[in-house]
Design a protein around this ligand. Sequence first.
Ligand SMILES: [Fe+2]
Length: 228
Amino acid sequence: MKMLQQIGDNIWIHDGATVSWYTMPYTTRMTVIRLNSGEIWIHSPAKISDELISDVNALGKVSYLVSPNKIHHLFMQEWMQQYPEAKSYAPPGLEEKRPDLHFDRALKDAPEPEWQEQIEQLIFKGSKVMEEVIFFHRESKTLIVTDLIENFHPDHFKGIKKLLAQMTGIISPNGKIWRMTFIGRKEAARDCLQTMINWQPDKIILAHGEWIQKNAVSFLKKSFHWLQ
Ligand SMILES: [Fe+2]
């Protein structure tokens, strides 16, 4: 198992290639969960490779492919082609943006029946630019976010990019980039944050930067102090 790192019971992460986003180097992270049925659930699929496929296949049958927000779709097509029998799930706004991709279902503000026994789900509301679907794996007490929280190490960016990252607030330990897009609509976001806190996560997986290995609730409260 070279490409996947197990971080709890029935949950793994894969740190994928760095992609460029408005010239900024963004590391990417995919999450893999094995459901009680033995089926494999994949969140924010990363660039596919033979090694990655073989590691994932060793865990079980890939049945669910989840794109968590409308800007995390770059590698969905590769995975849909690799696993034509898997069901694919679109977040708010993605089906309009990528009509060329065929999704089986639209993600809602509640867990899908296929995984509701193991995974909680909500749509994080209140941003003017994007609604991201958030998940919580009960067994490992892991919250799974994508762009909602970014947490880059202070040395990740250099020079002018570092300055830009600091200005937008994505550097650890207080990663947050979306603040501006919630102006005037904080109420809905506050409710979502409360639900996430009520889940009592230990860990937080995020797509970009360092993931949170412990004390997740206090990290959440710190990241969203501007919402309180
Ligand atoms: Fe992202």
